[in-house]
Design a protein around this ligand. Structure first.
Ligand code: LLP
Length: 469
């Protein structure tokens, strides 16, 4: 049966195109399904960043992550400009690079004036190699190793301290090292005890969380830190979760963090930075309705300004750490359709050449995605099929009940909204080489991640002499 609007217009992949012009700066990327430069050419073919998707696959292979530079840059600019517009104090947006940490993405975020939030020594190394100024790098993690802490101190980035254990190790490191550079800038991460409606694995603000200092110990914490003159504590951090559509939790968080600032002041701690974390959600499917970037930023700024005025506190430098809402919509994954299996009256499986190794989100969080066929953009959506990955795992299903045109082997299936937590969580399960990634802009495509080869897969393998034939 051909799916139709009540107006009688046939549905096709084109319905997912951004509704306004790509140059419309009011278009908030996180509210769209396809990158902002997506358009259909020659009736049926999808183009992103001025590049034909099927040609990209011929050139760079399949599966392929395709990152639209314009969409990513626009999201960076919208965050940066919204804080400038609505916050009277200083502000700094940090890209939460756990969403997708690689040289090119870190370099683009930095070129837009963003700092980088890194969650490990590896992410820190990448950001530094991308040329990011360490003054704008913040290191997170609930169990940083001594080596990671020393690396952070030596590189000159700010450390977001998560717990007592880490505070004690930092004290030891600072004591045993005399140089002035050994006094790192620190933020203290507190668990805010604020609940939000998102998947339980990506909620972090509730009291029962592995992250951050227990807020019931706040007085003890501030008292301790105020006595450690060697520890250069400059501010506070909190993050309540990810893929959040409500705005109230972040407003509650902003108000609570100003209360924390006031408590710190009682201990003589002069804290000048507040970091409200990230978490703004994106539209993965038609019914998702996240606020725009501006709608998310504005009330946070207002709450902090009002609360500081009421408490007679100077405005802190305001930091935020968006990941998903900066990059998810800018990227799509192109796959090639292969085998299919029709089980009459039950289901039709259409298999593609990737799956849970390049996008582990459906199997991990039951995340839902939408797809189009990049070479059949105007064909009517006539089939409901289940998109199966190629891994030896029954749960390796990318999309259940996807509404598509009739597909055949060789078609290019394009899954939308894959810029966040796809490549960064990718694996080599079944020893599938990780796909390549290209960045597209103005009709030009450049490789940003090479496709792994079979040689890459055994690069770390060791075959002890006695096992050799
Ligand atoms: N700051 C901190 C301390 C975080 O832990 C996170 C995300 C962010 C910022 C960025 O949050 P975002 O703006 O991206 O929501 N793998 C999961 C998401 C895990 C989020 C981890 N922390 C997923 O695929 O949904």
């Amino acid at each position: 049966m051909v799916s139709t609007h009540s107006t009688g217009i046939q549905h096709s992949g084109s319905q997912y195109l951004p509704q306004r012009r790509s140059t419309d700066t009011n278009l908030s990327p996180n509210q769209e399904l396809l990158p902002l430069t997506a358009r259909v050419h020659n009736h049926d073919f999808l183009e992103i960043g001025g590049c034909d998707v099927t040609t990209l696959v011929q050139q760079f292979g399949s599966p392929l992550y395709i990152l639209d530079e314009e969409t990513l840059r626009l999201a960076c600019q919208q965050y940066r400009d919204a804080f400038k517009q609505y916050y009277q104090g200083e502000s700094q947006v940090l890209y939460a690079s756990k969403a997708w940490n690689c040289l090119a993405v870190c370099a683009i975020a930095a070129s837009e004036g963003l700092g980088i939030d890194v969650a490990s020594g590896g992410e820190l190394y990448t950001a530094l190699q991308a040329g990011v100024n360490p003054d704008k790098i913040y290191l997170h993690n609930n169990n940083k190793s001594r080596e990671e802490l020393i690396f952070a101190i030596e590189s000159g980035c700010t450390i977001v301290v998560d717990n007592w254990h880490e505070l004690h190790i930092l004290g030891e490191i600072v004591e045993t090292t005399n140089s002035a550079s050994a006094h790192p800038r620190l933020l203290l991460r507190l668990t805010p005890g604020i609940e939000c409606h998102t998947h339980e694995y990506i909620r972090t603000g509730q009291l029962d969380s592995k992250f951050g200092f227990d807020p019931n110990q706040i007085e003890e914490l501030f008292s301790f830190v105020s006595k450690q003159s060697a520890l250069n504590c400059v501010g506070l951090h909190a993050h309540i979760g990810s893929q959040i559509f409500e705005r109230q939790p972040h407003q509650d968080l902003a108000a609570l963090m100003v209360e924390w600032l006031r408590s710190a002041a009682k201990y003589g701690l002069k804290l000048t930075e507040l970091n409200v974390g990230g978490g703004l959600g994106i539209k993965y499917i038609e019914s998702d309705d996240p606020p725009s970037i501006e709608e998310w930023v504005k009330p946070i700024c207002e709450v902090i300004q009002e609360a500081c005025a009421a408490e007679n506190l100077p405005l802190p430098k305001l930091l935020s750490e968006p990941g998903r809402s900066l990059i998810a919509t800018a990227c799509v994954t192109a796959y090639t359709v292969g085998s299919s299996k029709v089980i009459p009256e039950i289901r039709t499986y259409v298999a593609i050449d990737g799956g849970m190794s390049d996008n582990p989100r459906p199997i991990t969080y039951q995340s839902v995605y939408r797809a189009v066929v990049a070479n059949k953009m105007s064909s009517p959506l006539t089939e409901t099929v289940t998109i199966a990955g190629k891994h030896c795992e029954s749960g390796d299903i990318l999309i259940k009940n996807a509404l598509l045109p009739k597909t055949e082997p060789g078609d290019i299936l394009l899954v939308m909204g894959t810029g966040a937590y796809n490549y960064s969580m990718a694996s080599n399960y079944n020893r599938l080489p990780r796909p390549a990634a290209v960045i597209v802009a103005n009709g030009e495509a450049n490789l940003i991640l090479q496709r792994e080869t079979y040689q890459d897969l055994i690069r770390q393998d060791c075959l002890p002499e006695r096992l050799k034939k």
